[in-house]
Design a protein around this ligand. Structure first.
Ligand code: GZL
Ligand code: ZN
Length: 355
């Protein structure tokens, strides 16, 4: 009876399909789960202790690290925000050690106080890569290598820009009345940038009236500038150790009825800054509110990834890896700087840089 046979065959076939179907969907599920676990096993686990989220620079730096250490690139990133407190960063490093990560990346909030916890990482056989600011440790073998900026050079560039500007405008050095709104006390960026200005002020005979901590934040920059304007009526240069402090300081300058700009002789207050990571900073430059910015490059992600890949292949990365940086202005008075025998061209920004 053909149709019965055909029906039986069809039923048998259907059952088989179902069996296959549900079986394969079950297999598929456990297979894909297994594949995921298998891939996870093979991903390199990186514990990143970021110091905080205090500035635009910091956000760009975090973004650069997160977009480098993705699962697609073969990594599992464990990200910890230290909220600008060293104790939180030390706790995060100890957690990474417990989790037996493959690498630890540390962006240290300040330079000192890392010896003990870095020794613990070394004893656990976990390489540590330092990014951005430096650590001041008794034994440099406590970290594999460092990637970041030459902060003192950044300070020298900004201060030399001011020196060339003053000379070009015929400003007497005694007529430069400058205040420094400093970054987080004890951070490499603060130490280097503060030294750059202080050495130039001493060498050029400028009146460096105050050095006050602004902690790299907009709020603190504004607060500090308000009190400096109450304290001194002859400030004509404000040296801010990052853009967020400069944005705050300019708010305070304008709230006090003054103007941020290049015309010192006309009573304007010239603002010098660092970073230059985003649109807002470029806008301030184009408006002349910030007269020059010594760039600070936040994009450490790809560099750290290359270091880890080199280490994975048994290679030995350079111990100190400095990133290249420019100096920006929209003011054409100063076109290049000579510092320690090296020439640095000033990048002159124009409206077309807005696009
Ligand atoms: C510099 C970095 C500084 C930035 C600030 O590399 O440490 O910290 O200049 C940031 O904007 O807060
Ligand atoms: Zn495998």
């Amino acid at each position: 009876m053909y149709w019965k046979k055909a029906l039986a065959a069809a039923v048998f076939f259907m059952l088989g399909m179902l069996q296959m179907g549900c079986g394969s969907s079950l297999d598929h599920k456990s297979e894909s789960l297994g594949r995921e676990e298998e891939e996870a096993e093979h991903r390199i686990v990186v514990g990143f202790s970021q110091l905080g989220a205090e500035s635009d620079w910091r956000s760009e730096n975090t973004e650069s690290m997160k977009s480098s250490f993705t699962e697609e690139n073969g990594y599992t990133l464990i990200f910890e925000d230290g909220q600008q407190k060293q104790a939180n960063q030390i706790r995060a490093i100890r957690m990474f050690i417990q989790q037996e990560v493959d690498y630890i990346v540390l962006a240290p909030v300040t330079e000192t106080g890392w010896d003990t916890v870095l020794q613990e990482a070394k004893d656990a056989g976990i390489p540590v890569i330092i990014v951005d600011r430096k650590v001041d440790v008794s034994d440099d073998s406590l970290f594999t290598c460092w990637v970041g900026s030459d902060f003192e050079l950044e300070g020298k560039k900004a201060a030399e820009w001011l020196n060339q500007y003053a000379l070009a405008k015929g400003l007497a050095s005694g007529d430069i009345h400058v205040v420094n709104i400093q970054g987080t006390k004890g951070s490499s960026a603060q130490i280097g940038r503060t030294k750059g200005l202080a050495d130039a002020a001493a060498a050029n005979g400028w009146d460096l009236m105050a050095e006050v901590i602004g902690d790299f934040t907009r709020a603190k920059g504004k607060e500090v500038m308000e009190s400096l304007l109450k304290q001194y009526d002859n400030i004509n240069v404000v040296y801010c150790e990052n853009d967020n402090e400069a944005f705050g300081a300019i708010e305070a300058i304008e709230a006090a009825g003054r103007k941020a700009g290049p015309d010192i002789a006309g009573g304007e207050i010239m603002v010098i800054s660092f970073d230059g990571v985003n649109e807002e900073a470029i806008r301030y430059i184009l408006e002349g509110k910030i007269i020059c910015i010594a760039e600070c490059n936040p994009l450490h992600g790809p560099r750290v990834q290359a270091i880890i890949e080199l280490l994975e292949e048994g290679g030995k990365p350079e111990k100190w890896q400095y990133v290249d940086e420019e100096i920006y202005s929209a003011n054409e008075t100063v076109k290049s700087l000579m510092i320690d025998g090296m020439e640095y061209k000033v990048t002159i920004l124009t409206q077309k840089d807005r696009e």
